[in-house]
Design a protein around this ligand. Sequence first.
Ligand code: ZN
Length: 161
Amino acid sequence: MALRTIRIQGDRVLEKVSRPVEKMTPKLEQLIDDMFDTMYDGMGVGLAAPQVGILKRIVVIDVGEEPIVLINPKILETDGEQTGDEGCLSLPGKAGTVTRPNYVKVEAQDENLDTFVLEGTELLARAICHECDHLDGILYTSHVQGELHDTNYEEEEEEEE
Ligand code: ZN
């Protein structure tokens, strides 16, 4: 298990557009493994390569169903709307209200660079949109309605007991 350092908002790498992956290499396979480790360690449901400082169009997602790797993802179709709290490992301890499509159809490549199409609704649709935004240097704060709020209050409650 290898954890990578997660870049935090303010780091310019998070504002850059990532480059397409043209061929799979052992280095990129290692990167993908490390991205999963880093995402699970941070209790996130998604992580994009620029968040660990690599400007490649690679995203990992796990909303509790199965681990998903999206390489060079392209959103083909969206439908509906959902409004809810969203967070990001690059903005630890914060969340904000974001409206996203409730359905997303995305075309991407897997680790063998074979093309596939994935459909997602609800949390998966939200995660796909959020992570694809990272590849274009966009953070969820540019979609947020109202103010960000803290998500760390639970720890304080435990200490009072
Ligand atoms: Zn994020």
